[in-house]
Structures are given as C-alpha cells and as structure tokens.
Design a protein around this ligand. Structure first.
Ligand code: DX5
Ligand code: ZN
Length: 215
C-alpha cells in the first residue's frame, strides 16, 4: 500500500484548520508542504509561519518540499516549525552532501528532489545517505499540471538502483498524480504518492484519499 501525501498547495488557505482536520480524519499518511521562493521556481507559496500554525492542528508527518535556493540557510527553522522530512532540490544545492548531513543532524529525515530533466544517475553517490527521493513528474512551481509520462521509466530505473544496493530509500512521486495513473506509478516502483488537485478539487477528498490508498 502506498503512502499518501496530499499537497496542501491545492487546499483552501482560508480554511486551513478545517483542511487539517479533514486530513487527520482521513487515511492520508503525510502532509506534503510545498515551499516556493519565487527564485528557484517561478511562484511563491507559503513558508515558516504557516507551517508552524498547521503543526498545531495536524497529527501526521510533515513532509516539507523546499523549492528554494540556499535551503541550508533555513533547515533549522523548518525543523523548529515542525518538519519531519525535509527535501531539497539537487538543482539548487552546490553542496548537496553538506545539506543532507545538516538535515539529518537536525533530527529530520532527508530527501532529495529532482526535476523532470535530471537523470536518476545523478543520485548515485548520495542515495546511501538519504531517506527519500522526491521525483518531480511535472516542472515544479504549480499544482494541477499534467503528469509527464517519461517519469515512469525514471521510477523503474531508480527502483532498480535502490534494490540493487539493498537500500530502503523511498520513492515519492510529485505532480499530476490521479486516481487513474496511480496504479502504473506504483507498479513502476513508487512508495509515496503526492496528490494536490486530485485530493482537494475532488467532491469528497477523504474518499479520494481512500481510493488512492487502495489502487
Ligand atoms: C509542484 C508541487 C507539487 C504540487 C502537486 O511544484 O511540488 O507538490 O502541489 O500538485 P498536483 O498533485 O495538483 O500536481
Ligand atoms: Zn511538492
């Protein structure tokens, strides 16, 4: 059964407490929190104070996806705000190994996010140090985009790399996940499904989460 991580980017920001309550009662496993700086990606979302408030209303794991430059400057603050898992983009980190060590030394699980054009082989020498790969299946910056089909091949390749090295790194797929394509994503080897629009634009988000959980 996959881990389901609804992306709050598509939630109703005017009713965040209600959205948290809904997720707490649902079969969702993690909260996926997308932080954008308007520099690494062409959009700005929410940041530390919002996450800090949501932490008070949530009972689940906080999976924070940093789409920001110089993430090392903020790792400590995200830990303090309530992050359990912190992912940084490989494309934004000159000293990725240092960033990963910092995240782990702060007591968080460490993730590396990769853009659609970044080959999974770029992860070869960091895979043994991390807990999660956040594989983007859209270009980061916006919710509600279409899943890039080529991602399925990347998932298969990364699954092989992880299994061949007997690692327990989780593969998280982020962007354009739907009830329809979830099955093929899991079959390719994914462990975690992020879903923004699919969950929050659905008539019955809890039922949709349950459906994703069961594909
Ligand atoms: C995109 C974000 C995603 C996004 C997913 O930059 O990283 O987490 O919110 O949204 P959907 O599921 O709507 O594609
Ligand atoms: Zn994300």
């Amino acid at each position: 059964m996959a881990i389901i991580a609804p992306s709050l980017l598509s939630s109703n920001f005017l009713k965040l407490e209600e959205e948290c309550r809904m997720l707490n009662e649902s079969e969702a496993d993690w909260y996926h929190l997308d932080v954008m700086d308007g520099r690494f990606v062409p959009n700005i979302s929410f940041g530390l104070p919002v996450i800090e408030q949501m932490r008070k209303a949530s009972t689940k794991t906080f999976d924070v996806h940093l789409m920001i430059l110089e993430p090392g400057k903020y790792a400590e603050a995200f830990k303090a705000a309530g992050a359990d898992i912190l992912s940084v983009h490989i494309e934004a980190c000159t000293h990725l190994h240092r960033n990963i060590q910092q995240i782990k030394s702060l007591g968080m699980q460490a993730g590396v996010a990769i853009n659609p054009h970044t080959p999974v082989t770029a992860l070869e020498d960091i895979l043994g140090d991390i807990d999660l790969v956040c594989m983007m299946s859209v270009n980061p910056g916006f919710g509600g985009q279409k899943f890039i089909p080529h991602t399925l091949k990347k998932i298969e390749r990364l699954r092989r790399m992880i299994d061949d090295n007997k690692l327990s790194v989780k593969i998280e797929i982020d962007g354009g996940v739907t009830v329809e394509n979830a099955k093929s994503i899991i079959a390719a080897g994914a462990d975690v499904l992020v879903a923004g629009n699919t969950v929050f634009r659905s008539k019955d988000p809890k039922a949709t989460i349950a459906e994703l959980k069961r594909v």
